[in-house]
Design a protein around this ligand. Structure first.
Ligand code: TRP
Length: 373
């Protein structure tokens, strides 16, 4: 069988992703200008990731905002699969989520799927527990409001999640899971059940609070697969389908294919990297859209559309005018690759220095975030 040129799912992201094709295949909707002005009506300004179409697709956003307008405010739900260190790609979805939390003053339910990562990765239970704690520090460092943010840890909150998960699981066939995730008979039986666990936070807050609020999930589009399966199930159980905002992937250091991964060190920048490490990684590995010689670059210009340093700046330089100038200068050849990399290095170091300071203090706050039940 011929391998497709790209593939996007929770357990594999590969190739150069055609996002327009994905929209069709996944049956999601492009975020329209109308959607954006609707959001802006409530938030006053638009997050750069919305302006830049990094968050580019949605499900049921209109319904979610209609309810909001009627006074039925949504809660936010997102999550983290704790299998290793956090890289700057993870942070993009979460910092956008924080913006939503601030603008709409909503509750956020944040799931740590230690069960998932134990089942899917060749790592011990203890190792996954260590990463769960480490990853919580990064989430907290982003500045979420502890009064409005609740961490659910699948194995720790099992007593709360499991009774609901089995209700979900009973309505999903093995054949559906096999087809959606490409599982075979050799997948372990825990992995087959897992989607049910990821579904529960869609409606758990409504059970706990005896309410009927919409759930809005910001996620990277690979995670849509779980919810595509469970949206109908949720409805059959008597709850609303969740609304979803989908983001693109931040490209790995080495080029525009696949997504960033922390299992391969040199493809990503970790939140714990030192200034020196960041500089070395970017200088050495960041795929460049520049020409092979300075003379040629000055004459013909570079290609920011494939240049990873430029692409990463679209995540870290909030100022549209500054960003546009960098784009134009690189394209015209007046900005060299080494200079572009320098801009990125300084930007990232400044951001991560602050992040690391907050991360060091985050340990004391963990208790405040983990849901008491
Ligand atoms: N499965 C996700 C991961 O591997 C973690 C997760 C759980 C999640 N619930 C979520 C991600 C909801 C986005 C939205 O990272």
């Amino acid at each position: 069988m011929q391998k497709r040129e790209f593939s996007v799912g929770p357990y594999e992201v590969r190739g150069k992703i055609d996002y327009d094709k994905l929209i069709k295949e996944f049956g999601v909707n492009k975020i329209s200008d109308e959607d954006l002005s609707r959001i802006k009506k409530y938030t006053k300004d638009l997050h750069p990731y919305l302006r830049r179409k990094i968050f580019f697709a949605q499900r049921d956003l209109k319904w979610c905002l209609d309810e909001y307008e009627k006074g039925n405010k949504f809660f936010l739900y997102t999550g983290c699969g704790p299998s290793g260190p956090i890289h700057i790609g993870h942070l993009s979805v979460w910092s956008f989520t924080k913006w939503l939390q601030d603008k709409f003053k909503t509750e956020l339910w944040f799931q740590f799927t230690d069960d998932e990562k134990f089942l899917f990765k060749g790592k011990s239970y203890d190792e996954i527990q260590k990463w769960t704690y480490e990853n919580m520090l990064d989430v907290i460092a982003l500045g979420f409001n502890p009064k409005n943010t609740h961490f659910l840890i699948d194995t720790k909150h099992a007593g709360l999640l499991y009774p609901e998960a089995i209700k979900v699981a009973k309505k999903i066939n093995f054949s559906t899971i096999k087809a959606a995730f490409g599982f075979t008979d050799s997948n372990n039986i825990g992995s087959i059940f897992y989607t049910a666990m990821q579904t529960v936070p869609v409606f758990l807050p409504n059970i706990l609070r005896k309410e009927n609020r919409p759930c809005l999930i910001p996620l990277a589009i690979d995670q849509d697969v779980h919810f595509r399966i469970s949206r109908d199930v949720v409805e059959k159980l008597g709850y609303h389908k969740p609304a979803i905002l989908h983001s693109k992937f931040m490209p790995p250091l080495t080029g525009m294919e696949g997504k960033m991964s922390s299992s391969e060190d040199n493809l990503s920048i970790l939140t714990t990297d030192s200034e020196k490490e960041i500089e070395t990684k970017i200088r050495k590995y960041a795929f460049s859209g520049g020409r092979s010689t300075i003379e040629e670059h000055r004459k013909k210009g570079g290609n920011p559309d494939v240049d990873v340093s430029y692409q990463w700046l679209t995540y870290f330089e909030d100022n549209d005018e500054k960003l546009k100038k960098i784009y134009d200068d690189y394209k015209s050849g007046s900005l060299l690759t080494s200079e572009l990399k320098q801009i990125l290095i300084e930007k990232l170091n400044k951001f991560l220095k602050k992040h690391q300071e907050k991360r060091r203090k985050a340990g004391k706050l963990v208790e405040k975030f983990v849901l008491k039940f």
